[in-house]
Write a protein that binds this ligand. Structure first.
Ligand SMILES: [Zn+2]
Length: 386
């Protein structure tokens, strides 16, 4: 198999691997990596109430340092294929641009990591100076319970220890080389519940309407200053997303009002301290007479930061040398599988440009695939010095 990222990406895009379907994508990667001398395991994880999902772990070399490329081959559904200029699973190239669901999120980057590794091994003999691994899941875009989180545990149980990881999520905002993700905010969901007393709307004195106190309490929580941010993180923020009283009639004062919210939080907090802080703001705003509580949902998304240091400098240096851009160190955006990987080794995220991810006509310039391969190739070269 040649180390051409465009050809590899095209093959991957032709696999219809909408979560949780494998679609041939992992089989293709297994084939490529076996051909290059990797040991490859394909593992299916499942648990009650979820669809089984396939995953792949591959390693070449047995010595440290151990470098890992992480990623996913599953994609979100394409929606109505008729809305696409090029069929979503055709891997068409037009105007030096590769089209298809997953082009940037993130089969393109997986193809670049494959191409860079093949090219590196071709230049440096059959084995690397340390070890190179691929940690690829088919469960990132879904509920992400049968993917990276279990694959990392599986690898650890088999004695795999990782030194550094690059995850190829689409980190750049406008041009390749503009942004690298050095951490992610955490995410926590809760429901504010106000309890009153149901009654006839014509006799409000006999009822206790929970909707009276709700707006002020919501306003207090949305404008609460949870922290003032850090050099790497924006201030944490609470945002309400839904208000529900489930009232189907016009003459009833509801007995309960519920308002759902989400908090995107930085590494000034862990979940227990954040919950306590929000409840303190609620207590202060509610006063004595309002009956309220917060129902918190379990979350596996803590905030984390990969501390700046030698590894970040190596990756930033490779990006600047290849693209001519000095990447911004960012922690913005949603969560990613980096939140699981960070418990095992330092992880940075650098991939393609995210502008068309999850959209109709998802696409990447071929030049970006070539540049990203060159960045990954340079990282490998410097990670395993002669
Ligand atoms: Zn992704």
């Amino acid at each position: 198999m040649s180390a051409d990222p465009v050809a590899l990406a095209g093959e991957l895009l032709r696999c219809p691997s909408v979560t949780p379907v494998e679609g041939g994508a992992l089989a293709f990667i297994e084939n490529v990596l076996r051909g290059a001398g990797f040991d490859v395991d394909r593992i299916t994880f499942e648990e009650a109430g979820t669809a089984p999902v396939q995953n792949l772990f591959a390693r070449i070399g047995s010595k440290p340092p151990h470098f890992v490329f992480a990623g996913h081959t599953d994609v979100v559904p394409p929606g109505d294929p008729a809305k696409w200029t090029h069929a979503p699973f055709a891997g068409d190239i037009s105007d030096a641009t590769l089209y298809g669901r997953g082009a940037v999120d993130m089969k393109g980057a997986v193809a670049c990591a494959l191409a860079a590794s093949l090219d590196y091994l071709a230049a440096h003999g059959p084995k690397p100076k340390g070890s190179i691994s691929f940690l690829i899941t088919g469960d990132e875009e879904g509920i992400a319970v049968n993917g990276t989180v279990k694959l990392l545990k599986w690898a650890a149980q088999r004695g795999q220890t990782f030194d550094h990881c690059v995850l190829g999520e689409p980190s750049n905002s406008a041009a390749i080389g503009d942004t690298i993700k050095v951490g992610r905010r955490g995410s926590l969901n809760g429901t504010l519940v106000l309890t009153g007393k149901q009654g006839h709307v014509a006799y409000p004195q006999l009822a206790d309407n929970p909707l009276r106190a709700l707006p002020a309490l919501m306003h207090a929580l949305m404008s609460a200053r949870l922290d003032s941010g850090t050099p790497y993180f924006d201030p944490s923020h609470l945002e309400f997303t839904s208000v529900d009283v489930a009232n189907a009639v016009v003459n009833l004062i509801p007995g309960e009002a519920r308002a759902r919210f989400n908090i995107r939080f930085n590494d000034c907090h862990d979940q227990p301290s954040l919950r306590a802080l929000v409840e303190r703001f609620a207590r202060d705003a509610a006063g004595e007479n309002v009956r309220w509580h917060i129902e918190w949902q379990p979350s596996n998304a803590d905030a984390f930061l990969t501390e700046p240091g030698t590894f970040t400098e190596l990756v930033v240096g490779a990006i600047s040398d290849v693209t001519g851009r000095k990447p911004r160190l960012s922690t913005t955006g949603g969560t990613s599988d980096a939140r699981f990987i960070k418990d095992y080794c330092p992880v940075l995220e650098f991939g393609l440009v995210g502008q068309t991810m999850h959209q109709v006509d998802e696409r990447t310039p071929l030049a970006d695939l070539v540049a990203l391969t060159s960045v990954y190739r340079t990282i490998l070269e410097r990670y395993f010095p002669d």
